[in-house]
Design a protein around this ligand. Sequence first.
Ligand SMILES: *[C@@H]1O[C@H](CO)[C@@H](O)[C@H](O)[C@H]1NC(C)=O
Ligand SMILES: *[C@@H]1O[C@H](CO)[C@@H](O)[C@H](O)[C@H]1NC(C)=O
Ligand SMILES: *[C@@H]1O[C@H](CO)[C@@H](O)[C@H](O)[C@H]1NC(C)=O
Ligand SMILES: *[C@@H]1O[C@H](CO)[C@@H](O)[C@H](O)[C@H]1NC(C)=O
Ligand SMILES: *[C@@H]1O[C@H](CO)[C@@H](O)[C@H](O)[C@H]1NC(C)=O
Ligand SMILES: *[C@@H]1O[C@H](CO)[C@@H](O)[C@H](O)[C@H]1NC(C)=O
Length: 215
Amino acid sequence: MLALLALLPLACVSAVSASPVSRSLLHARQHQPGPWCDGLGAGVFDIAPNVTLAALNSTLPNANSTGAPLVMGQAGAVDGASFKILSTWASFPFNDFPTMSLNNGSLIPNAAIGVVSAADNNVTEASAPSWILTTFDLPASVQIYCGVADTDPAGGGTGFPLLAVHGDTDHFSLCSAGDFTNAQTNIIWRASAVNDGSYNFTSCYPVHIQIIEMD
Ligand SMILES: *[C@@H]1O[C@H](CO)[C@@H](O)[C@H](O)[C@H]1NC(C)=O
Ligand SMILES: *[C@@H]1O[C@H](CO)[C@@H](O)[C@H](O)[C@H]1NC(C)=O
Ligand SMILES: *[C@@H]1O[C@H](CO)[C@@H](O)[C@H](O)[C@H]1NC(C)=O
Ligand SMILES: *[C@@H]1O[C@H](CO)[C@@H](O)[C@H](O)[C@H]1NC(C)=O
Ligand SMILES: *[C@@H]1O[C@H](CO)[C@@H](O)[C@H](O)[C@H]1NC(C)=O
Ligand SMILES: *[C@@H]1O[C@H](CO)[C@@H](O)[C@H](O)[C@H]1NC(C)=O
């Protein structure tokens, strides 16, 4: 067991371009991940520039092993600031932020052109991971996200790393905002029947969030 674990990083480095796992493991080797990766085992990383996210059903069938693409969906605005959550591209067909960057435990959207003034908010149970975009008094980003590489080729994973929040990869769901025109389907962490009314719990189904690294 120990010998196998010791060999694993070397085996991956020798196949740098062959697998989606290897770049993550390279990041993990170059930088010691912070405590937001604690408890997630081998192959954790908290730096990954220019990734996209996709939702893969963890109980229902999947059309493919990549999953449904996720984008920054709208979640309202106040004077001078707007809020974003993760929506399926199928339910929110706009992609103003083509990639995101995992930067030392913070997950921040990137604009197609220029710099986005954005911060990730803390994620609490039964609610959506969310972001604030503002050029006015931007709060500090929280460091709560971690990537977990698929280090076990026989383990039933897809080869893509998974996103964790608060050390948890396993309690994300996709939930419909409700039964109205243009209702988005959004990522919720630890979805619950007891929620703030922003989603229909009956519609939720469990997913893993896969990290798709850009070349
Ligand atoms: C990320 O993408 C942006 C533009 O899409 C590019 O300018 C930047 O160099 C990329 N960063 C990395 C680390 O690949
Ligand atoms: C996951 O299941 C939902 C509900 O059946 C379906 O709409 C969606 O397309 C599935 N996702 C993938 C990636 O196949
Ligand atoms: C995978 O399936 C999902 C859900 O049907 C779809 O939205 C997505 O475009 C598919 N991705 C690829 C790479 O085919
Ligand atoms: C990552 O965040 C920690 C805690 O905020 C900080 O001490 C460390 O310097 C940061 N490392 C990098 C590479 O930004
Ligand atoms: C962030 O949310 C987690 C999970 O609900 C909670 O345990 C933690 O105390 C929160 N952190 C802050 C700074 O509010
Ligand atoms: C909630 O979702 C369930 C399952 O998809 C659906 O049958 C029901 O009509 C939805 N209710 C509302 C109020 O959107």
